[in-house]
Design a protein around this ligand. Structure first.
Ligand code: F6P
Length: 339
């Protein structure tokens, strides 16, 4: 048990995610309960360089559980990747008498924490907050569930107009370099096709284009209905817009590209994200009290645990192969039965 713990620095970094505010609230409430002060640094790691923190008291976190975004703001911080930036950040933490640092963010943010370790000896805890859900060691990350639901709501609406016009839509989803959002949304929206890193590589672009054109043509011959393809951002060179253009130019297939973009990052967090963020925020403070450091708070099989930060950033978490297989099986069945 760490009785020396008096002051914790807290920041959110990288792409914001719905539920980050719920995690901030939980950290502040849990810390307050144990008579620990929380200093909030604004704009991700830039806040450590600027040295202008705010003391987060209970009034700061009142009624924020339902808000999207992050009250601490977020940013990416190239300066933090330099020796000078890291030393400056370490100086701030020393000057502000911080005993520990909690960062809510993704793998880039955790890599930053490990780099800071060379210059600052305080305790460090990561909380996985990213809509991408690509952090190894945790079944879920804060924001993923809301982002998936936001995309599902949007695509359900696209489906209405697509049905009305018997039209083809190619919807591009976020996820940086992983297909967790794309596969989950694709399956949940009964998309006619899912194109993601797990089932496509740009080396087979030509072959895939022909295959897609054939599939669209044969489906349209046998039934008059809408066709929705969801594609992960960064998977097809030029994205959904380029794919729609290529289908038109090469195969005279009309389709409409729709990039959902940052709408997936915003909005009030859903129940799942509020609950997981609250559990993780409380667990982060408890981990500090238990003298843990250099770990990420994770959820595995519905249980909160901690995973070494090194392990969390080593590999990108893979999309569950069962989900990919389920999608393939459903597509095959749909093609057979035209349902
Ligand atoms: O990591 C979250 C994320 O939204 C990714 O899905 C996306 O690739 C990226 O951030 C976009 O970042 P930015 O808003 O900085 O362009």
């Amino acid at each position: 048990m760490n009785n020396q713990l008096k002051r914790v620095a807290l920041l959110t970094s990288g792409g914001d995610a719905p539920g980050m505010n719920a995690a901030i609230r939980a950290v502040v409430l849990a810390a307050h309960h144990s008579h620990i002060e929380v200093l909030g640094f604004l704009h991700g790691y830039n806040g450590l360089l600027d040295n202008d923190p705010t003391l987060l008291d209970l009034s700061c976190v009142n009624d924020i559980i339902r808000l999207g975004g992050t009250i601490l703001k977020s940013a990416r911080c190239p300066q933090f990747q330099t020796k000078t930036g890291l030393k400056q950040a370490a100086n701030t933490l020393v000057k502000q008498h911080c005993d520990a640092l909690i960062v809510i963010g993704g793998d880039g943010s955790f890599t930053g924490m490990l780099a800071l370790k060379q210059y600052w000896p305080g305790q460090m805890i990561g909380i996985p907050g990213t809509i991408d859900n690509d952090i190894d060691g945790s079944d879920a990350t804060i924001g993923f569930s809301t982002a998936v639901n936001t995309a599902i709501n949007a695509i359900d609406k696209i489906r209405d107009t697509a049905n009305a016009f018997e039209r083809i839509f190619i919807v591009e989803l976020m996820g940086r370099h992983s297909g967790h959002i794309t596969f989950n949304v694709g399956v949940a929206c009964a998309a006619e096709q899912v194109l993601s890193f797990e089932n496509f590589s740009a080396d087979n672009q030509e072959q895939k284009l022909e295959q897609l054109a054939q599939e669209i043509n044969s489906l349209q011959q046998t039934r008059h209905n809408s066709y929705i393809m969801v594609i992960a951002e960064n998977v097809w060179p030029g994205g959904a817009t380029a794919l729609a253009r290529e289908l038109k130019e090469r195969f005279a297939i009309d389709s409409t590209a729709c990039v959902l973009g940052h709408i997936q990052r915003g909005g009030s967090p859903d129940a799942k994200d509020r609950v997981i963020a609250t559990k993780m925020g409380v667990a982060a403070v408890q981990a500090l009290i238990n003298n843990e450091s250099d770990v990420m708070i994770a959820e595995q099989n519905s249980r909160i645990c901690s995973v070494p930060l090194e392990q969390a950033i080593q590999h990108q978490k893979k999309v569950n192969p069962n989900l990919v297989a389920a999608h393939e099986n459903i597509l095959a069945l749909t093609a057979q039965n035209q349902c």
